[in-house]
Design a protein around this ligand. Sequence first.
Ligand SMILES: C[S@@+](CC[C@H](N)C(=O)[O-])C[C@H]1O[C@@H](n2cnc3c(N)ncnc32)[C@H](O)[C@@H]1O
Length: 221
Amino acid sequence: MELARFLHGTADSRTAGQTIGHARAYEAFGAVFFGGRRRRVYTRLAELAGARPGDRALDVGCGTGYLTLRLADAVTPTGRAVGVDPSAEVLAHARRSAADRRHCTFTDGIAEELPAGDGEFDVVASSLMVHHLPEDVRERAVAEMRRVLRPGGRLLLADFRPPTGQVARHLVGAVTGPVMEHNPVHLLRPLVEQAGFTEVRTGDLRPWIHYVQAVNPGPSA
Ligand SMILES: C[S@@+](CC[C@H](N)C(=O)[O-])C[C@H]1O[C@@H](n2cnc3c(N)ncnc32)[C@H](O)[C@@H]1O
């Protein structure tokens, strides 16, 4: 059985996206997948998101809350970090991990209908989530990220960048499934531009991450 199929949770009627069901297995997989670099990579993602002390930061598709905790570290002491995910299993795990952090909370919700008010956040970040959404939902999800960002607020989208070598890519496909093997990360940038974000920049982080940074210029027309 592919690892992806094992990790995925029960269907959620609110989203066509694939949720994660086995939180502990996902954590173990994450540690192996990043080859000992996970903490470094996610700390860097929080930096790239532009999270600063005092900011209100949202992590969309937070899973077990690994990035949410890094955002919480960056916005402390006066800011707050919120993780959103539709999977009850990962949210329970995330809440346990953040039990001693009062400024880090987790909420049930989906990217395409975020449980947040207009302009409520200074920073919106999302890692390894977009590939879980069917293509026709991605536009809606990024529009929601813009809606909940204040004018001048910063976006960071990060997702899996498949290896360029054929053998390594097939290996990824065999372990994690075809979605990750063929993940079209180059489409993240146009997705963000079409949603009306400005100052769009892209980059890669070893071993597997492609990211897009952008700024919300203000309310959409
Ligand atoms: C591969 S995990 C990534 C988790 C975490 N961001 C990380 O980097 O470790 C993808 C997450 O997206 C969540 N997800 C799936 N569909 C979603 C949706 N429609 N809205 C928000 N999150 C969703 C899954 O439940 C899962 O926790």
